[in-house]
Ligand binder design. Structure first.
Ligand code: SF4
Length: 497
């Protein structure tokens, strides 16, 4: 197998207060979507208002759709990470919308549905933007027999807690929680969740999945913590010191076969190119990226010029650096390596320009570097631009660079949203096909949505109080091995695969 080749140059997008300057076809395509057609904006705005429908969209959404959504005046539109999408959907329901359209992948739509149901808004319809399945490679890896085997091992180990990434289906969460006490996490709260859980339960075995790179990155992070003096570790979490972090590492079990196909291509060639050509840049990396880029961004974070974390962490870090630059006199250019899906760029541009406009300064600029091959754009007759961002090989990925676009998110289109809105309020089989695909089975007498929401509620408890709930701790310490009966196990679709 040939060694990975570093791309010759990364495409980039320079963001000034009132202007965008793209370099390379990939960036040009991204930037063009930020100047959406006024008629398309008006049409969508009018339809949303007329049908009284809210839209929640993920940061990684198709840039054309994001561009138009961002230009609409209708107030019930929100673009964020998956957890906040569901919260904002509840806010929209409280404000009186009659339906919510979800621009994301299927587990996000079912999460929105379940959270609305919990909040007492079962009557508010939820629609996806495509009739077919909108999958996710990471969510799928938790549906595989290997994950069931991983959880069986956890179930047979005393004092086990399963920490599952939010990017999974309710079905997996339900079955997993039936087998092992389970709490969900996001890339924003996973470190705090693990530190807190291991401080509340002595000798806790922690099973993390399904993202393997994230699990291994967490192991590296905790290994680095274990080298710190005790007072610095206690500043991270007051109940921990070197000895407790070493104990945590001995009982930390990340799943080894789960990847996001987008982030896994931010591999060694990308890290090498960043190291060689952009060592002065702000280096950002999602927790899902492979170890080389994670290490680079972690080191940069220690030096105050980078971040590893969630999409919201990356966005916040960039905006914070802009604010810091504005506190200084004189022109500043802030180069930023974007170590995540390129769709985040829409929110970055809007966030940076809002701060620059509020300041009145036009001498601070941000240059977003997309770690993909410079020529990564593909001819597409359906696109108004004639091209879409991303190389044609590997579904929007470039083997010469990273993989900055998610093919699943790109199954959501502006046309799909417009079509759905036209149908809202009328009896229609086509509209029914857009409803979230809720698993109709029952697990331990509860619906998949009910039981699958329990790990999410445990996470919300933790976010509210800073502690794992007594109920969850009792489940971890007081349970009998193999909580799931053999009949339950036999009904688990993953095990029949
Ligand atoms: S970027 Fe795409 S493949 Fe990766 S976790 Fe998100 S939805 Fe799944």
């Amino acid at each position: 197998m040939s060694a990975p080749v570093a791309p010759a140059a990364f495409p980039s997008l320079r963001i000034a207060r009132d202007a965008l300057t793209p370099l390379g076809p990939f960036a040009e395509a991204q930037a063009a979507f930020l100047r959406p057609d006024a008629r398309a904006v008006q049409e969508l705005d009018d339809l949303l208002r007329d049908r009284n429908v809210g839209v929640v969209a993920h940061f990684y959404m198709d840039p054309e759709l994001q561009g138009v959504l961002s230009a609409c005046k209708w107030p019930h539109i929100h673009i964020s990470d998956s957890l906040v999408m569901a919260d904002r959907a509840v806010d929209m329901a409280k404000a009186g919308v009659q339906a919510i359209c979800v621009a994301g992948v299927d587990f996000m739509a079912e999460n929105v549905r379940a959270v609305l149901d919990h909040a007492g808004f079962a009557a508010i319809a939820v629609y996806r933007l495509a009739a077919g399945e909108i999958g996710c490679s990471l969510a799928a890896s938790a549906e595989a027999p290997a994950y069931a085997a991983f959880l069986r091992q956890a179930a047979q180990t005393p004092n086990s807690l399963h920490v599952i990434y939010i990017n999974t289906s309710l079905r997996v969460k339900a079955h997993a929680h039936r087998l092992v006490p389970t709490i969900t996490c996001t890339s924003s709260n996973v470190v705090r969740t693990i530190l807190q859980a291991t401080s509340q339960v002595a000798d806790l075995h922690l099973w993390f999945g399904p993202d393997t790179y994230m699990g291994e990155n967490l192991r590296h992070l905790f290994t680095a913590y274990a080298q710190l003096p005790d007072d610095r570790i206690r500043a991270l979490h007051p109940a921990h010191d070197q000895a407790s972090i070493r104990g945590l590492l001995q009982r930390f079990h990340p799943f080894q076969q789960g990847n996001c196909i987008v982030h896994q291509l931010f591999g060694p060639a990308v890290a090498q190119a960043v190291r060689e050509r952009h060592s002065d840049a702000l280096i950002t990396a999602h927790l899902e990226v492979p170890g080389e880029l994670f290490a680079l961004a972690s080191q940069a974070a220690v030096e105050g010029r980078g971040v590893v974390g969630s999409t919201s962490d990356i966005l916040g870090c960039i905006v914070d650096h802009v604010r810091a630059a504005l506190r200084q006199p004189g022109p500043t250019r802030i180069p930023v390596v974007l170590g995540t899906e390129a769709g985040l760029m829409t929110s970055i541009v809007l966030g940076v320009q809002a701060v620059l406009r509020a300041s009145g300064r036009d001498d601070v600029t941000v240059e977003i570097l997309f770690p993909v091959a410079a020529e990564a754009a593909t001819a597409d007759a359906d696109s108004p631009l004639g091209v879409i961002p991303g190389a044609s090989n590997g579904e929007g990925c470039s083997t010469a660079g990273g993989c900055a676009t998610c093919p699943y998110m790109r199954m959501n289109h502006l046309d799909g949203l417009l079509d759905a809105l036209q149908l809202v309020g009328t009896p229609s089989a086509a509209l029914e096909a857009l409803r979230p695909r809720m698993d109709p089975h029952r697990v331990a007498g509860q619906t998949v949505a009910q039981l699958g929401s329990v790990p999410i509620l445990h996470m919300r408890d933790f976010q509210r109080s800073g502690r794992l709930s007594d109920v969850l701790v009792t489940e971890v310490t007081g349970r009998t091995p193999l909580r799931m009966s053999l009949e339950d196990l036999a009904s688990w679709p993953m095990l029949r695969a």
